[in-house]
Design a protein around this ligand. Structure first.
Ligand code: CTP
Ligand code: MG
Length: 168
């Protein structure tokens, strides 16, 4: 039991910058879309209006700041700085890839693609972070089990706070 709690704790500690990077754009997102309003040959937007320049930058900064704070707490600045930046960048790129795939499937901005919506950002975040650190496999399993529930819960809270137009 104690071991399970310890794994969950270390998993959340590791992935925390990705969570902040993913959540910040909901609050700090702007208007200028990353794709500049452009469509691909299929007539659909590259990413759509839900992916903005300001959201992208704000997410990377927020996740990196969390990494810096973790580094200060642990006394290992450069490791956590790199980790925070890579997790944040990965989270935003993963989120962007998700929107790209959704548009290609004809799912409009804000439409759901269960699975990808909850885990896409975390998969790419872990991939980029692996350049610096690979968590033990138990922690990776924990991240994949916890993230969908946490993502749905925080999105529901964001919806109730009228930050988001949809509850997922
Ligand atoms: N957001 C942003 N910039 C980003 C990512 C997100 O501004 N790079 C903001 C947008 O206001 C977006 C909100 O965060 O509406 C929630 O993000 P998400 O659910 O990923 O976007 P959706 O609007 O659902 O669009 P999509 O269907 O493309 O996922
Ligand atoms: Mg969405």
């Amino acid at each position: 039991m104690n071991e399970v709690i310890e794994i969950i704790g270390s998993a959340l500690w590791f992935i925390l910058p990705a969570y902040f990077a993913n959540a910040t754009p909901v609050v700090l997102g702007g208007r200028q879309p990353l794709d500049g309003g452009r469509c691909l040959g299929d007539g659909r937007r590259i990413f759509g209006d839900g992916k903005t320049v300001r959201g992208f930058v704000a997410g990377i900064v927020a996740g990196t700041v969390i990494g810096v704070l973790q580094g200060i707490a642990k006394g290992s600045f450069s490791h956590y700085f790199s980790l925070g930046f890579l997790l944040a960048l990965g989270a935003l790129l993963g989120d962007l890839m998700g929107s790209f795939i959704k548009r290609r499937l004809g799912i409009e901005r804000g439409g759901a693609l269960p699975g990808l919506d909850q885990l896409g950002f975390v998969i790419i975040a872990l991939l980029l972070a692996s350049l610096v650190e690979v968590p033990r496999w138990q922690a990776i399993i924990a991240i994949f089990m916890i993230t969908p529930a946490l993502h749905l819960a925080t999105n529901f809270i964001g919806y109730k706070l009228k930050l988001k137009s949809r509850p997922y």
